[in-house]
Design a protein around this ligand. Structure first.
Ligand code: FMN
Length: 209
């Protein structure tokens, strides 16, 4: 089966969104927690979280165009902080429900049965039920001109992870921490690691460990 660009433009909106969203592969499953200056918390599921750089430690995610009210975006711009919380097997359904369009004065924490957790250093709520939690300070936004999407970049302020998850070389075993993955906009996956491989150098045989 071959699908052309013309075919893609002719597809029904939902069909096209499902198809194109599936093509980027397995993605991380995260909840982004924020709070307004008025003190109302907000939580939403995002599958576009990416590593931006380790020094300074930066993580980003893509925000859909702000042509309609986007509470996560508004709160980050108001307070300058957000949290990224890995989704796990116990919370994937409640996490998915956070994508529903709730009014700004309604918190997805209450509506979806998830628990807010605050730590002084970050002005945004963590998700208690999540095992890997990252607190970030907003540093930059970059507009993707072709479609109005915005790359939001944050600097890591703190990490909250269970004991034993970070190895002696710094590798965080997120599978062991129960983190799951997303395909498309509604497929949730458990992962099964194949191996780790040594740092690749020309002419040197890779080994598994
Ligand atoms: C699996 C899944 C992944 C999503 N990923 C993103 C994303 O990466 N970026 C985005 O802007 N919206 C994404 N959304 C949509 C938001 O979750 C949705 O727009 C939500 O209502 C935003 O809430 P807010 O207005 O409270 O910020 C995703 C939805 C689902 C179901």
């Amino acid at each position: 089966m071959k699908i052309t660009k013309e075919n893609i433009y002719e597809f029904d909106k939902i069909y096209r969104a499902n198809l194109i969203n599936s093509l980027a592969g397995f993605k991380s499953a995260n909840l982004i927690g924020t709070i307004s200056t008025g003190g109302k918390t907000n939580l939403a599921v995002f599958n576009s979280v990416i590593h931006v750089g380790a020094n300074p430690p930066l993580i980003g995610f893509l925000m859909r165009p702000v042509t309609v009210e986007r509470h996560t975006y508004m709160n980050i711009k108001e307070t300058g902080y957000f949290t990224i919380n890995h989704i796990n097997l116990k919370i994937y359904k409640s996490s998915h429900q956070t994508s529903a369009r709730y009014d700004r004065d309604i918190s997805e924490f209450d509506q979806c049965g998830l628990t807010e957790e605050f730590i002084k250093s970050v002005k945004a709520p963590y998700v208690k039920e999540s095992n890997i939690k990252i607190g970030l300070k907003f540093v930059e936004e970059v507009e993707i001109k072709s479609n109005g999407t915005i790359l939001i970049v944050g600097e890591i302020i703190e990490l909250i992870v269970p004991d034993g998850i970070i190895g002696s070389d710094g590798y965080a075993d997120i599978e062991n921490a129960g983190s799951i993955a997303i395909s498309g906009l509604d497929g949730y996956h458990q992962t099964k690691k194949i191996t780790r491989l040594t740092y690749a150098k020309p002419g040197i045989q890779l080994t598994e460990f």
